[in-house]
Design a protein around this ligand. Structure first.
Ligand code: UT7
Length: 318
């Protein structure tokens, strides 16, 4: 038996993001449920979010984001041999998303699997992609985070309706002579599994907001710092910090603990809401489009969410 030979490292070649057209403002929500713009902005940091209608599936969102990342990467569909979709909100368990997304993008017969690590899913998928490239089991990988949370949220439950939204983000990952995707720092806290749940196929998403808030603001900055250490990067060298867009207060609380005052902090939640596995690549694609980060900058990613799961790595901006 032989082992396959992979590349010395992996790098992200391009990002792409996509959001559905319909904007739902805080005032729209306040017209339906007992909430208000001031509460949502001060407690969660969201001004508006995007929601997909019945005509647009989670697969559609993923195809749009994946297509943009593929076009921006300079590769063609034929170059991709593995597709990973991070999601926790598919409308049905079978079939998975990755095979359908690949087919719609004209990617012929790639390896295709989904990752359910909830809001940490994109970082898990990116790590799997980087490892597959280094191990020689894939050459170029499309990693997509896509969520249609609106189909699992009770729009009359103010505890969740004000937070979650729909969207997708994607990255094309390829081989590199030097590593441009750092080692992952990941883990889970299964003892807190009940903190975020969808109990069964007839239930909506529920979360113990304060349990998750306390955990996120106390347990996760060491994970992010470990990712920096494993990559050999001082936080003072970071160009950007792109955590999961769960709550602006969580984003800012973690950022304050990193010693990376010079880094641009992703605040995409303000206009996009919490899009779970989509939030990190969606935020990054916008930051690149707006010129807030430059090619070669180091960005620290930190995903965390239901499970509870978490994963963090440093990448170089393509
Ligand atoms: O992405 C997956 C990971 N998830 C997260 O990271 C979520 C983490 N948790 C959070 O972001 C926050 O805990 C929430 C945004 C979910 C809630 O914020 P909070 O500051 O923890 O509020 P709370 O649940 O402690 O509620 C405070 C008050 C309560 O009223 P009383 O009892 O003080 O009178 C709630 O009933 O705010 C009330 N409230 C609302 N008021 C207006 C709760 N939801 C709303 C609302 N509008 N939507």
């Amino acid at each position: 038996m032989r082992l396959s030979q992979g590349a010395p490292g992996a790098r992200v070649l391009a990002f792409g993001g996509y959001q559905p057209a319909e904007v739902v403002t805080n005032h729209d929500l306040a017209a339906r449920i007992d909430t208000n713009d001031e509460w949502i902005q001060s407690r969660v940091g969201i001004k508006e979010r995007r929601v997909a209608g019945p005509q647009e599936s989670e697969i559609d969102l993923a195809v749009q984001a994946g297509g943009k990342a593929l076009a921006a990467s300079g590769l063609s569909a034929d170059d991709i041999d593995l597709v990973i979709v991070a999601t926790c909100t598919l409308e049905a368990q079978i079939p998975n998303a990755a095979g359908r997304v690949a087919h719609r993008l004209g990617i012929e017969a790639p390896g295709a699997f989904d990752v359910n690590a909830a809001c940490a899913g994109f970082c898990y998928g990116l790590s799997a992609a980087s490892d597959a490239i280094r191990a020689g089991s894939a050459t170029n990988v499309l990693v997509v985070g896509s969520e249609k949370l609106s189909q699992w949220v009770d729009w009359d439950d103010r505890a969740t309706a004000v937070i979650f939204a729909d969207g997708a983000g994607a990255a094309v990952v390829g081989p590199s002579e030097v590593p441009r995707v750092g080692p992952v720092a990941w883990g889970s806290a299964g003892d807190k599994a009940e903190a975020i749940t969808i109990k069964d196929r007839r239930s909506f998403l529920q979360q113990e907001g304060q349990t998750v808030f306390r955990w996120a603001t106390t347990a996760l900055h060491p994970v992010a710092l470990l990712a920096c250490e494993r990559a050999g990067v001082d936080p003072a060298e970071l160009g950007a910090f792109v955590p999961h867009q769960a709550n602006l207060r969580i984003v800012e609380a973690i950022a304050r603990k990193l010693g990376a005052d010079q880094a641009v902090i992703a605040r995409d939640i303000v206009l996009s809401g919490n899009t779970s596995a989509a939030s990190i690549p969606l935020a990054l694609s916008r930051m690149i489009e707006r010129g807030e980060v430059a090619s070669g900058d180091l960005a620290l990613l930190l995903g965390f969410g239901a499970g509870l799961t978490y994963a963090s790595q440093v990448i170089e901006i393509p």
